[in-house]
Design a protein around this ligand. Sequence first.
Ligand code: FMN
Ligand code: SF4
Ligand code: SF4
Length: 256
Amino acid sequence: MVLFFSGTGNSKFVAQKVAEILNDEARDISDYLKRKQIPDFTEDGVYVFVAPSYVSAPARAMIDFIDQATFPEGIKVYFLITCVASMGVSPEVAKRLSEKKGFKYMGSAQIDMPQNYIIYFKTKEADENFKIINNAIPQIENVAIQIKKGEKFKEKNNRRLELLFTDLVGDLYYKFFMKTKKFTVSDECISCGKCAVVCPFGNIKVEAGKPVWGDECTHCMGCINSCPKEAIEYGKGTVGKPRYPGPFDTLKKAKK
Ligand SMILES: Cc1cc2nc3c(=O)[nH]c(=O)nc-3n(C[C@H](O)[C@H](O)[C@H](O)COP(=O)(O)O)c2cc1C
Ligand code: SF4
Ligand code: SF4
C-alpha cells in the first residue's frame, strides 16, 4: 500500500510512480482528511508513506494521520519525502513514529522536486521545473526497485539534537505561520471551484462565487498554485510569481 499526502502533486506523482512499479495501489490520505475519518488499515504487506518536507520534517498532516490510524502489527514501512533542498530530519521523525507504532522501519529517501512554497520562496518557470521532474524520475525508480527487493535504505547516523530543534521550530511555525488570513481573491476568479476541490482538508468553500478560507490550513499551496486564472494571492509576496501547476500539468504542457 502506498499512502500519500500532497499539496501540489509532487508527492502524488512519486506515490503513483512507485505504486506502478510495485504493482500496488496509491491512496490519497486527503480522502480521509476531508471526511475527518480515521481509518483502520487491514491490508498486510509493505507500506510506503509519501509526503512533502515541511520545515525540515515530513508534513505533519501525514505524520498525524499515521499516528492516529491503525495498521496491522509489525508492518514494514518506507518513507519517501519530496523536497526542494533537503528532507532535514525526516528520517529521525519517521523512525520515532515507527517505534511508537511498532512498525519495522526500512528507511527514508529524499526525492528532489520543484518548489511549491510560492508565498515565501521563488518558484521556477515551467522549463526549469520540467528538468527537475525529469531528473527525479530515475531517483523514484531507484527507490521503488529497492523497496521491491525488500532492501533497507542507507541512512546517516541519528541526529537527536537537530530533531529536538526541528520539533521546536516546527511547533512555532505550524502555530504562527500557517494561517489563511492573507489569502485574497481577485475579480479574475471565474467561480470554477478548483481551489475548494484541491484543498486536502476541505478548508475552502465557494460562497457567492468566491472562495472563502477556513482556519484548517497547512500551507500546502494547492489552492494558490492550482487556480487557472491565477486569481489567488497571499499578501503582496506572490504577485507576479510563476505558479507551480504540479508535475502532471508541467509534463503535459511540455509535450504540446
Ligand atoms: C509549508 C511548506 C514547507 C516547506 N518546507 C520545505 C523544507 O523545509 N525543505 C525543502 O527542501 N522544501 C520545503 N518545501 C517544499 C516542498 O517540500 C516541495 O515543493 C514538495 O515537493 C511539495 O510536495 P507536494 O507537491 O506533494 O505538496 C516546503 C513547502 C511548503 C508548502
Ligand atoms: S487552504 Fe490552500 S494552502 Fe491551506 S491547506 Fe487548503 S489548499 Fe492548502
Ligand atoms: S480556482 Fe481560482 S477561479 Fe476557480 S474558484 Fe478558486 S479562485 Fe476562483
